[in-house]
Design a protein around this ligand. Structure first.
Ligand code: HEC
Ligand code: HEC
Ligand code: HEC
Ligand code: HEC
Ligand code: HEC
Length: 237
């Protein structure tokens, strides 16, 4: 950008910030208020979950998932239809506004079809939580699958073991990946592997475990090689 444009741009940015600050975000202001905490302790707890989640830290607001009007102190007006976007079968569309690749894979899955017809399949929040959104741990994912896929229900009881097997490999990839991202000299390779990794975790949402298993093993092999090379790169430094 030409430097003579920088100042007006900066002022424009300031005005934008001031405008959003003067409207404030009444959802958050009211839900974090001490009086709210006393009167609605369990809902306040929800707020704390959100505030400490990846989303809270990234600066998302309530309206990003709930809609409603964040510019009014009038609770009734603010709450216009705030539960509709988080109804169980709407959640994939709501989350998918930002997580497009995961959504596009998920809507092709049987899980999604069943969710839309009789609601007995998981949505994004079943596996990732909603307000308390956080990183996913292998142990928790397995118990999430077990909730429906078990011998009592008879719904594909072999799934949790299979998912656990694949996810453990994804977890090893995550370890290698952070090492490779920091130490590998070949930045083109790093960029390529990162794209492959993102495609893999998005594709996971099709819930075709056999397909995902193959891709996971291939990527694990590539990361293992890249890690070996990155170790050498580090020693040479
Ligand atoms: C002036 C205070 C106030 C504002 C502003 C406010 N809320 Fe609330 N909210 C409450 C209270 C109090 C409750 C507890 C439930 C009740 O009494 O209806 C609540 C409950 C909720 C619920 C639970 C479902 C329900 O309807 O009971 C959701 C979801 C929610 N708020 C989201 C929002 C969002 C999103 C915004 C902004 C667009 C917002 N709130 C703005 C005070 C507020
Ligand atoms: C990343 C999306 C997301 C954001 C951001 C978010 N929520 Fe939620 N919220 C959800 C989902 C999804 C549910 C439904 C949970 C479920 O079905 O288990 C929910 C449920 C709730 C509930 C409980 C409603 C009920 O009747 O059980 C309240 C209260 C609430 N949210 C308030 C808020 C407030 C206040 C904010 C901002 C501080 C906020 N949410 C931000 C996704 C979000
Ligand atoms: C307004 C955009 C937006 C919406 C809507 C949204 N997210 Fe996010 N989400 C983000 C951002 C930004 C991050 C942090 C950066 C990243 O990891 O992509 C994030 C992170 C995540 C992560 C963690 C990824 C990690 O690396 O730890 C998960 C899981 C997630 N979101 C799931 C959801 C679910 C489930 C919903 C719906 C209930 C949702 N998101 C709604 C923007 C959004
Ligand atoms: C049945 C469980 C399940 C459902 C349903 C589900 N996910 Fe996931 N999600 C996973 C697993 C397992 C992973 C991959 C493991 C990992 O990344 O640690 C993952 C990974 C992610 C990630 C992080 C990718 C990364 O960079 O590591 C995001 C973001 C995400 N999912 C969003 C969504 C959204 C949005 C939906 C709904 C459209 C959804 N998920 C539905 C289980 C689920
Ligand atoms: C809320 C219940 C529920 C949860 C939780 C759940 N599933 Fe499912 N899943 C189902 C149902 C119902 C089917 C359809 C079974 C059938 O076709 O007979 C299914 C089918 C599948 C299939 C077969 C794919 C296909 O296209 O038919 C796979 C793979 C699968 N689930 C993986 C998982 C994994 C992995 C998890 C945990 C991360 C999980 N599921 C969690 C309900 C669930």
């Amino acid at each position: 950008m030409n430097s003579k444009w920088l100042l007006p741009f900066f002022i424009f940015a300031l005005v934008l910030t001031a405008a959003s600050a003067s409207f404030g975000d009444e959802c958050i202001d009211c839900h974090k208020d001490p009086a709210f905490k006393v009167k609605h302790p369990s809902l306040y707890n929800y707020f704390v979950d959100f505030d400490n989640s990846v989303h809270g830290v990234e600066g998302l607001s309530c309206v990003d998932c709930h809609g409603g009007d964040p510019n009014t102190k009038d609770m009734e007006k603010a709450h216009d239809n705030v539960l509709a976007p988080v109804k169980f079968d709407q959640i994939p569309i709501t989350c998918g506004q930002c997580h497009i690749d995961q959504r596009d894979a998920f809507v092709t899955s049987n899980h999604y079809k069943i969710l839309e017809t009789d609601g007995t399949a998981p949505n994004c929040a079943t596996c990732h939580g909603a307000m308390e959104m956080d990183f996913i741990f292998v142990t928790r994912v397995k118990s999430t699958c077990l909730f429906c896929h078990n011998h009592d229900s008879g719904i594909l009881p072999e799934i949790p073991g299979k998912a656990d097997y694949v996810l453990n490999k994804i977890n090893i990839i995550k370890g290698y990946r952070s090492f490779v991202n920091t130490h590998a000299k070949d930045r083109e390779l790093v960029a390529k592997l990162n794209v492959d990794y993102e495609n893999l975790t998005a594709k996971w949402h099709r819930f075709d475990l056999t397909d995902v298993e193959i891709d996971t093993k291939e990527l694990l092999g590539e990361y293992r090689k890249a890690k070996g090379q990155a170790l050498k790169d580090r020693k040479e430094k």
